[in-house]
Every structure is written in C-alpha cells, then in structure tokens.
Design a protein around this ligand. Structure first.
Ligand SMILES: *[C@@H]1O[C@H](CO)[C@@H](O)[C@H](O)[C@H]1NC(C)=O
Ligand SMILES: *[C@@H]1O[C@H](CO)[C@@H](O)[C@H](O)[C@H]1NC(C)=O
Ligand SMILES: *[C@@H]1O[C@H](CO)[C@@H](O)[C@H](O)[C@H]1NC(C)=O
Ligand SMILES: *[C@@H]1O[C@H](CO)[C@@H](O)[C@H](O)[C@H]1NC(C)=O
Ligand SMILES: [Zn+2]
Length: 358
C-alpha cells in the first residue's frame, strides 16, 4: 500500500502545476481575513494533533472567542512557556501574518532540528494570532476603516468607539502617553483592564505567570525592539540583560536581510507610554518581555505591501528565536548543569573515582 501511494505521488510532486492537490495550501505571504485565520488554526490542530492544541481563553467585546495555539511536545516534566501575541492593534496586519509564519516554522523545524525539539519538549509556545479580533475585522471592512487601531467597545458617553488595548493593562495605567478622550487612538479605557481582550490576557497569563520565561507582543511599524518600561521613571531590574538580549536579536535580524532594528525602552527610542501588555508582563516577574515593531520604517507604514511579508517574517523569526533560545538555555542549561553537579557530588560522596568521567 505504501509503495502504491509513493508511486502515485512522486510523479505528481515532481510535476507541479499539472495537477492540483486536493487541499489548497495556506499562503503565508498574503494577509488573511479573520475567517481564514480561524480556519488555518483549526487546520493546524488537525494536521499536528499531538503537538498543537487550540485553547479558548476569552471573549472580545463583540463576543467573539479569543483563541491561541498551544504548541509543544509531550513531556513528563513540568514545562515552562513562551508567550506570543499578534494583532493587539487592528491595522498592524503584518503582525498576525508573522504569528502564522512563526507557528509554521517551529512546526517544520523541530522534526529535523534537535535544538528546536528540545525547546518544544521543555517549553510550550502559546501563540495568539489575532488578539483584537473585533478591531482586526473592522480594519478589513472597507478602505475607510483600514487604519483602525483599537478594539470596538463604545466609550462612556456614546458617539465614539474603541479603547487602545495596549494602554489598558494594569501597569502604571493612565499615567503617561495616554488620553482619557474616547475618540483618541490612545484612549486608555475606563480603568485598568476595563476591556475584555486585556482581561483575557491578564487572567490567562496571570494564572500561570511563573511558567512564562518570555512574553513577546508583536506590532508594526518602526523596526524596533522595545524593552520595559514605557514609563520613563521606572527601570526594569534586568534592564542590562534585556538590552543585551535585544541587541543580540537585532543582530540576528540584521543578518537575514540587512534591516536595522533599534533596541531600547519606549521613552528612549519611541515615546513614553503606560498600560502596555509588555510592561504588565514584566511587572508579573516574567523576565524577558519585548515589543516587536516590525517593518517598515515609514515608507508604507501599516500598509506594508504583501511582497514584504516573507522577508519581514524571515528576519523577525530569527530575532524571536534569539530571545527564545536565550530564555530556554538560561533555564534549562542551568538545570542540566545543576543536575550534573549534583551527580558529581554524589559520586564523590560514595567514593567513586571521577577521573574518567569528564
Ligand atoms: C455578548 O453576550 C452577552 C451575554 O450573552 C450579552 O449580554 C451582550 O449583549 C453581548 N454583547 C454584544 C456586543 O453582542
Ligand atoms: C518622573 O519623575 C519626575 C521627578 O519626580 C516627575 O517630575 C515627573 O512628572 C515623573 N514623570 C512621570 C511621567 O510621572
Ligand atoms: C544600520 O545601523 C548601522 C549602525 O548604527 C549603520 O552604520 C548603518 O548605516 C545602518 N544601515 C541602514 C541601512 O540604515
Ligand atoms: C528606512 O529604510 C530605508 C530602506 O532600508 C532606508 O533607505 C532609509 O534610510 C530608512 N529611513 C530611516 C528613517 O531610517
Ligand atoms: Zn501597535
């Protein structure tokens, strides 16, 4: 049977275009409306049942289900975790495209790459392709709404819509780089986590915050890697580490297509702000929290042409991988070293010669 199948398929694969295979491949280098992304998520789970699980963890203001893909290999040991969300800002279409690419890459890589296999055994990846679903769908509605940024909840007195979800988290909420006017693009909402989308992340991540080594939130544009904090008067306790890891990621990005990404806190390289999810995550003691501002640097802005999806994703993948690998190795190589040291001590204690064990 295997041979028959192989015999039939090899010529088909060798003759592209002669016959179309039964299911159209997902095109990772196009922007997709929400329905397509949801279908893709379901397909990922079907195609990789042992590795991918859809987890529903909240509702949007308009009652749409917020879901993530949990991706990891089975392990007896308690696992650590990596967070990645895309599409918290509706108009930043390259971000959801990146989350889809990232998922595809790690699912392809682990089969042949022992390092990725180890990372997926020690850690689960929690990837939300579109967090602000209502806003994303609104940005797809027509040309006049293409640049919508916020969610779609109505303001306190009606007549205006939308809270900037990346100003709504409980991190120095409402203090700097925000507006209390609901018609503003940086309206921070009625109070900290007043919005269901910000609540979903807060409760999901907050309920297992000690598991998360890394929190990556993906935006565009500007070619920046932002570290906490957005408030100019607070400095992350591991600021030096964040900057070093961020610079390593920027170098990894640069090596792919020569794009310069600038690393720094938001007040240092962009503008001061408060209530961001990145700052909130760092305040929960998640050590490595970064905002990615993907391409470009202003030529097309939010309307990045589709022919730049592939290079943007390729370079950002290597940047993200640098951070994730650092987070992994810091935790797991350390643990392995500690285990080895313990074994060494035990061997010495029972009087076994270690001379030939190195
Ligand atoms: C969402 O669902 C709740 C509970 O069913 C309902 O009360 C509310 O009106 C719905 N909101 C919208 C915007 O449809
Ligand atoms: C930061 O601290 C200075 C000095 O105390 C103060 O004047 C300033 O208002 C603070 N900045 C913010 C954004 O709170
Ligand atoms: C990238 O940054 C480096 C160092 O800051 C600079 O020398 C180089 O000109 C930059 N390249 C581009 C394309 O902007
Ligand atoms: C933006 O990128 C383009 C192409 O890489 C470069 O020519 C230009 O100088 C950059 N502009 C800024 C403001 O960095
Ligand atoms: Zn953004």
């Amino acid at each position: 049977m295997m041979n028959v199948v192989g015999f039939l398929f090899v010529p088909l694969l060798l003759a592209p275009g002669v016959l179309t295979l039964e299911r159209a491949e997902h095109d990772y280098y196009k922007y997709h409306p929400m329905e397509k992304i949801s279908t893709w998520m379901t397909q990922m789970e079907k195609d990789h049942p042992d590795v991918v699980t859809i987890v529903d963890y909240g509702k949007t203001y308009e009652n749409r289900t917020i879901s993530l893909l949990r991706i990891g290999l089975k392990s007896e040991a308690k696992k650590k975790a990596i967070w990645m969300d895309c599409g918290i800002h509706a108009r930043e279409w390259i971000a959801p495209a990146f989350c889809q690419y990232f998922v595809r890459q790690i699912l392809q890589t682990y089969k042949t790459d022992a390092k990725m296999e180890a990372m997926m055994t020690n850690m689960d990846f929690y990837v939300t392709p579109v967090l602000n679903i209502d806003g994303y769908m609104y940005s797809w509605k027509d040309i006049s709404t293409r640049l919508w940024r916020k969610n779609r909840s109505p303001g306190p007195s009606g007549g205006c819509y939308g809270t900037d979800l990346n100003r709504n988290f409980d991190a120095n909420w409402g203090t700097v780089g925000v507006s209390s006017d609901c018609s503003s693009n940086i309206y921070c909402g009625r109070g900290p986590i007043s919005e269901p989308e910000a609540q979903a992340v807060t409760y999901f991540v907050g309920s297992r915050k000690e598991d998360f080594l890394c929190f990556l939130t993906i935006h565009s544009y500007g070619q920046l890697l932002l570290v906490p904090y957005g408030h100019p008067n607070f400095t992350a306790p591991n600021y030096e580490e964040l900057m070093n890891v961020g610079k390593g990621a920027a170098e990894a990005i640069w090596k792919v297509h020569g794009k310069n990404y600038t690393v720094g806190t938001s007040p240092d390289v962009l503008y001061a702000n408060s209530g961001s999810s990145r700052d909130w995550a760092r305040m929960q003691d998640i050590p490595l929290t970064f905002t990615f501002e993907l391409r470009d640097n202003g030529t097309y802005g939010f309307e990045l042409p589709e022919d730049q999806i592939q290079p943007t994703c390729e370079e950002a993948y290597h940047g993200a991988l640098h951070i994730i690998t650092y987070a992994h190795d810091k935790t797991f190589s350390g643990a392995a070293a500690a285990a080895a040291a313990t074994l060494w001590t035990m061997l010495l204690a029972v009087g076994v010669s270690g001379a030939n064990l190195l």
